[in-house]
Design a protein around this ligand. Structure first.
Ligand SMILES: NC(=O)c1ccc[n+]([C@@H]2O[C@H](COP(=O)([O-])OP(=O)(O)OC[C@H]3O[C@@H](n4cnc5c(N)ncnc54)[C@H](OP(=O)(O)O)[C@@H]3O)[C@@H](O)[C@H]2O)c1
Length: 180
């Protein structure tokens, strides 16, 4: 079976993945009474590849010395020339759809679309996201970086299941409803 691209991500109640400065304290600081990892370890084990935009990569490197998934193939999309860095491959140019399609055609485990919102929007626009696991957190930010950055399109989703956590987070698993 062809490997899937799965977006696994957390959002605020009003649809943001980060505050306007790209920070995540609103997310990491939320109470987690049952000390859950929100299914992350199980999800991560189904993947061997990650996709991320440069701003997300840059933010991860603010928090960690090196990119944290050294045993995955990690692709960082950027329009700029970047010096080589440990554990990641920079993908230049505008043909994200072409790159991802050839990746999906290769054998392997599933592909984790990490984000952020700019990359998510390109992926959604081109129907490249097979599955979404969304954690809706009980906090509103008012402003920030949206789940899907500005793009003019409409998509419908089919919800496959939901789960609620003691923190109040709601996990929603969904696929994109094929256009008629
Ligand atoms: N809540 C969560 O679970 C979660 C998950 C992931 C990320 N985040 C947060 O999201 C924030 C970043 O999201 P974001 O939407 O601002 O940015 P992003 O999608 O992570 O990265 C945007 C960058 O990707 C590159 N890019 C975008 N479109 C491209 C294209 N068509 N071709 C080639 N490169 C392209 C560009 O890099 P260059 O500028 O280098 O050209 C662009 O500046 C971070 O603060 C991160 O912490 C949160």
């Amino acid at each position: 079976m062809k490997r899937k691209v799965n977006l696994y991500i957390a959002i605020s109640l009003d649809g943001y993945i980060a505050d306007e400065n790209g920070q995540l304290e609103w997310l990491t600081g939320l109470p987690n009474p049952e000390k859950t990892d929100y299914g992350f370890a199980d999800f991560f084990a189904t993947t061997d590849t990650t996709l991320l935009g440069y701003k997300t990569y840059a933010h991860i490197l603010e928090l960690a010395d090196t990119y944290p998934h050294p045993n995955h193939a990690n692709y960082v999309f950027t329009r700029s020339e970047r010096p080589a860095a440990p554990h990641v491959t920079f993908v230049h140019g505008e043909d994200i759809p072409g790159f991802v399609q050839q990746l999906k055609a290769q054998p392997g485990k599933d592909i984790w679309l990490i984000g952020g919102g700019e990359l998510n929007a390109v992926m959604l626009e081109h129907d490249l996201i097979d599955h979404i696991t969304l954690h809706i957190m009980p906090v509103a930010l008012g402003k920030g970086r949206p789940l899907f950055a500005d793009k003019a399109f409409e998509k419908q989703f089919t919800v496959e299941g939901t789960k609620m956590y003691q923190s109040g987070a709601i996990e929603t698993m969904m696929t994109i409803t094929p256009a008629e």
